[in-house]
Design a protein. Structure first.
Length: 342
């Protein structure tokens, strides 16, 4: 009897061990349905002079001596980051980018290893330097239904970078509204430049409000380099983004800012400028939802300077006009969405 009992116990333990990979696989497929990320790639310019924009700093004749070799290194570097940006250590399914010069640099980018399955959505923007926002998406997981540029025109007549608005549909027929942003910089000081970002936030709010009026549970993603932090007026008040129990938009990156962490390092202080905000339709236990605590800053040792005065800072392509051969002055941000099967 004792031997029979031992045999039964052994069989049960062996069966449990064999089931572990199946359980893990099932958990993974349920937990991560879509990976969403944003990356300010810092001056991804080609070497060709565009007479319609002020791209003179990134030409072979410039002080930076921006040539084909440096350009290809930049493409390789950014491709390396994107190829492992998701929580599964591969390319995200939905990726917003900013500071790209044109569609041509995006075409070169998706030729990199691990990115061949990504497709491009891009429109030229009226930025004087010619830097645009763009969206890359995994065509095996999502399909675009519609996309357009939303202009940001100040009362003075001055124009800022357009907002890219894309409607995506998943294989399971979920509809995602994605807005990719690159708000006005802090040039001239945070407080002096803040009204331009609040103006831009109001443009975004009008779009989000319009979507939610049609469907209060619409699944909306607002991502970008906002050049403001989660607690600043443009984000916390104008967009009403913050704690998910109280706000129209949930900001997974508010906690990072409170902890003095960030995606951009300025004068020794981290700033949480790059964020991904989501509507209630993505955290209310509907079909597609935010994976709790999946909001992360993609931070690897090779993305930081390891020595010198800039030790610890993001590893950039240039410091002034001095070529370093790095990646970007920003770190990417990322969230996961999972399939909630009722």
């Amino acid at each position: 009897m004792k031997n029979a009992r031992s045999a039964i116990i052994f069989i049960l333990i062996a069966s449990a061990i064999m089931l572990i990979p199946m359980i893990m696989s099932s958990h993974k497929s349920k937990e991560v349905a879509l990976s969403v990320a944003f990356y300010n790639v810092e001056n991804l310019f080609d070497t060709i002079d565009d007479p319609g924009t002020n791209d003179k700093d990134f030409l072979p004749s410039s002080k930076k001596n921006w040539d084909s070799k440096k350009y290809q290194t930049k493409i390789n570097n950014i491709g390396r980051v994107i190829a492992q940006l998701s929580s599964d250590n591969d390319a995200p399914d939905i990726l917003g980018l900013c500071e790209v010069e044109n569609r041509a640099v995006l075409e070169d980018l998706i030729k990199m290893p691990g990115l061949h399955h990504l497709k491009i959505i891009h429109h030229d923007s009226p930025d004087q330097r010619g830097i645009d926002v763009a969206l890359l998406y995994n065509s095996d997981e999502v399909s675009p239904i519609n996309n357009k540029n939303i202009p940001v025109n100040y009362e003075s007549g001055r124009k800022s970078r357009d907002i890219l608005y894309t409607v995506l549909q998943t294989q399971e027929r979920d509809i995602l509204h994605v807005l990719v942003n690159h708000w006005p910089s802090r040039f001239g000081g945070q407080s002096r430049s803040e009204p331009r970002r609040i103006f831009t936030a109001n443009v975004v709010k009008q779009v989000v409000d319009s979507i939610l009026r049609t469907d209060s549970m619409a699944q909306v993603i607002v991502m970008g380099d906002f050049n403001d932090e989660p607690q600043d007026q443009s984000i916390s008040e104008t967009l009403n983004a913050g704690d998910q129990k109280q706000n129209i938009l949930f900001n997974p990156f508010l906690a990072f800012s409170k902890a003095e962490a960030g995606s951009y390092l300025y004068r020794g202080q981290w700033k949480m400028l790059d964020q991904i905000l989501i509507s209630k339709g993505l955290w209310d236990y509907s079909s597609l939802d935010y994976v709790p605590e999946s909001g992360t800053i993609f931070d690897q040792p090779w993305l930081r300077n390891s020595e010198g005065k800039s030790e610890g800072y993001p590893f950039r392509t240039f410091e002034g006009n001095k070529y370093r051969g790095g990646y970007s002055d920003h770190l990417p941000v990322h969230i996961d969405l999972y399939r909630n099967k009722h």
